[in-house]
Design a protein around this ligand. Structure first.
Ligand code: PGA
Length: 259
């Protein structure tokens, strides 16, 4: 149905020292190297301090790197922040608007939109996370929340070709229990595609990769990927286990028939 790139993205969150990150990345690489699964872009998102060493470590591999966040300004008096300029050359992707940043760090709709624009302006591909909380879902507001997150997140983007959307219902993240594929497809194939078509046009909307994230593991990933409206997974906990993550990459290729 869609020409969007298939992606398997590992979000390591605030885990791994530099040494551990190098060992984990090497392990993932080794497991995918012998018989590389076709048609899937593998992306590892380690903590900032591991981006430079992993960039060197993985430079001859098919594995791409992503950051977990960025500041919207290119430089300045923002102690402790990392700018898009600093990420250029170190990674191709950057996660923006993850629910942990929206809810724990209180990042609002507007700031997420600024970060998305800053990423695209710097030549990075933002992986924009959207998703409703449990109380928003119970109030019947899931679609409206996701549509507003898309509208504000993409407000500065005229050409969304290099943008990835990740639907991560907040209640399914780190919960051990994922959303069901039917519930997810309802949003990814419904509200998300409709809003993208609304903001751009139908053909453009179909080319944007939409990922699912929230308690993804090798046992459940295939059921999500069998949904035509899902082009990959954003994986937290299971991406810290090289065997499980490599398996998820392989299962992505298998489910989509690209291997
Ligand atoms: P999880 O995290 O796979 O551990 O639920 C997903 C995410 O937060 O990106």
């Amino acid at each position: 149905m869609s020409a969007a790139t298939l992606l398997a993205v590992g979000n390591w969150k605030m885990n791994t020292t530099v040494q551990e990150a190098m060992a984990l990345a090497s392990d993932v690489r080794r497991r995918l190297e012998d018989d590389p699964p076709g048609g899937v872009q593998t992306v590892l998102c380690p903590p900032f301090i591991s981006l430079a060493p992993l960039h060197d470590l993985l430079k001859d591999s098919n594995i791409a790197l992503g950051a977990q966040n960025l500041h919207p300004q290119t430089s300045g008096a923002f102690t402790g922040e990392i700018s898009p300029t600093m990420l250029q050359g170190l990674c191709r992707y950057v996660i923006v608007g993850h629910s942990e940043r929206r809810h724990i760090m209180r990042e609002g709709y507007h700031v997420v939109g600024q970060k998305v624009k800053a990423a695209v302006d710097a030549g990075l591909t933002p992986i924009i996370c959207v998703g409703e909380t449990l109380s928003q879902r119970r109030q019947g507001a899931a679609e409206a929340v996701v549509r507003r997150q898309l509208e504000t997140g993409l407000s500065g983007i005229a050409d969304p070709r290099h943008v990835v959307i990740a639907y991560e219902p907040v209640w399914a993240i780190g919960a051990g229990v994922p959303a069901t594929p039917v519930v997810v497809a309802d949003i990814t194939g419904g509200a998300i595609r409709t809003e993208l078509a609304n903001l751009y046009d139908d053909a453009t909307a179909q080319k944007i990769a939409v990922l699912y994230g929230g308690s993804v593991n090798p046992e459940n990933v295939t059921a999500f990927l069998e949904q035509p409206s899902i082009q990959g997974a954003l994986v937290g906990g299971a991406s810290l286990d090289a065997a499980q993550f490599a398996q998820i990459v392989r299962l992505t290729a298998e489910a989509k028939g690209t291997d």
